[in-house]
Design a protein around this ligand. Sequence first.
Ligand code: PGA
Length: 260
Amino acid sequence: MKKLYFGTNLKMYKNIQETTAYLKDLVNLTMDISRDEIELFVIPSYTSLSNAITCVDRDYIKLGSQNMCWEEEGQYTGEISPLMLKEMNLDLVMIGHSERRHIFGETDATENKKVKCALEHNFTTLLCIGETLEEKNYGISNEVLRTQLKVGFHDVKPEHVSNIWVAYEPVWAIGVNGLPAAVDYVEEKHQVIKKCLIELFGEVANKIPVLYGGSVNPSNANELIIQPSIDGLFTGRSAWQAVAFNKLIRDAKQAHELNH
Ligand code: PGA
C-alpha cells in the first residue's frame, strides 16, 4: 500500500502558543498511526518555528517553513536564509504557494532559484503549482502546470529527486473564496503532473509524491485520496483544529484502505 501524505500550511494564522498547543494535540491524537503508512507535516509561521521544534518529535510530524530566500546571506531585508532554517533543523521548505505567487508576485524563475537552493541544502522541497481560474477558462491549465514544473525544476539534479514533493493547488480552489475542484478534474491534472515529472527526471520521478490542496474538507477528502494519482492531501482550513484534522486523516486513510 502506498504511503499517504497529509500536511497543513498554517499561513498567517496561529501565534506561538496556539501553534505549540495545536502541534502537541496533533501528535497525541495521531501517535498510534504508523508513520510507515502516513507522512504528516505542518508548516507554521516563522515566529512559531523555534518553539515548534522543541515540542514535536519529528518522527511524528515533520516541520517546514512557508518560504525561503535563495541566498545564504546578504542584503535581503525581510528574507530568511536556508542557513537560518538549517540552524533550526527544519525538515521541509515550501516554495511557490499560490499566495506567494499571486499576492507577492513570485515568478516561476524565482521559484526555480528557491527550489535549487532548498535542495542543495538538503531540505525536502515542496513546490506548489496551480492554474488560475482565467487560465482554466482559456483551456491552458495543462500548459500552465507543465510550465510551472519545467521552469520550477529547471537544472535540478536527478540525485535530488528523492527530496522533491509537489502540491497541485488550483488557485481558484484555495481559501475562503475557493470552489472545491471536481475529483475527476484533479485526478486528470495529477496525471498531467506525473507525466511531466517523468519527462523531466525519468522513471525515478514515480517516487515524487503529488499532493492535492484547495478546499480539501471532510466531504471531499475520501473521494480525493482514493484516486490513483493523488498521493496526499495538503489541507488548509479543515486542518487547523487538531481534532478535525485527525478525523480527516483517519477517514481518508480508511477510505484508501477499503479501495486498495
Ligand atoms: P484551503 O487552503 O484548504 O483553506 O483552501 C489550501 C492551501 O492554501 O494550501
